[in-house]
Design a protein around this ligand. Sequence first.
Ligand SMILES: C[S@@+](CC[C@H](N)C(=O)[O-])C[C@H]1O[C@@H](n2cnc3c(N)ncnc32)[C@H](O)[C@@H]1O
Length: 243
Amino acid sequence: MEMFRAPEAAADVNAAAHSRVATATSERGEVVLLRRGDDGALELRVNGVFVMDTVHTSSERLLATTALTASLAGRAPGAPVRVLIGGLGLGFTLQEVLADRRVTAAHVVEIEPAVVRWHQEGLVPDTAGAFGDKRVEVTVGDVREVLARLDPTSVDVLLLDVDNGPGFLVHDDNAGLYRREFLELCREKLVADGCLAIWSAGPSAELESMLGAVFADSQQVAIPVVFGERATTYHLYIARKHV
Ligand SMILES: C[S@@+](CC[C@H](N)C(=O)[O-])C[C@H]1O[C@@H](n2cnc3c(N)ncnc32)[C@H](O)[C@@H]1O
């Protein structure tokens, strides 16, 4: 089972082919923004784990579009649409959310202060501009804690992309995000026709079954991804509160 995003790109962080754009240390470890020498792409690594680059972004974008499609199909035009995104990363999910003009508010929660700062400083040109959008609110914190503080039924679409999936966590503490208690919290915060979508590198029968137990409807969507001459499949888990 493939557990990394773009694993062939996850070379030694100190290799000559990489240059460090920015580095920060948090209580969770080192966060690094790298520029690859071969193709000029940016990479984000958290605590030694490759989490994202600026080349292979289709599945992070599909996280947004698939969930918005599942949730908003029956909505009246002009109705408010509030999206909460767990994990800013390099900003591609946020950028895709903002491209949907039906979205009236996008709240991004990112645990690493440095990641937010790097966007504000313009170090991620591929998704620059997202923070300037009037619909965006950014909170530095753990998505579990931020979500817990929100009012019930105050979120239309909830997007989670904080790990490489439940089988490959960036932080051990994130294990709780895939447990029943947190999934029930997500359900509580969603409006009646709201939708939760979770990104995962590998398939997870456990997550699929848990979502099936908590939500009225859930499905696993396989996303084929090609890295040069190699192909793999990533997964989205889409769960709706009511059918
Ligand atoms: C894979 S990246 C997100 C990629 C993003 N979808 C994109 O399009 O670029 C994961 C991000 O989630 C953040 N993160 C990890 N655990 C988190 C948590 N518990 N709460 C909020 N953010 C978290 C990481 O610091 C990292 O920036």
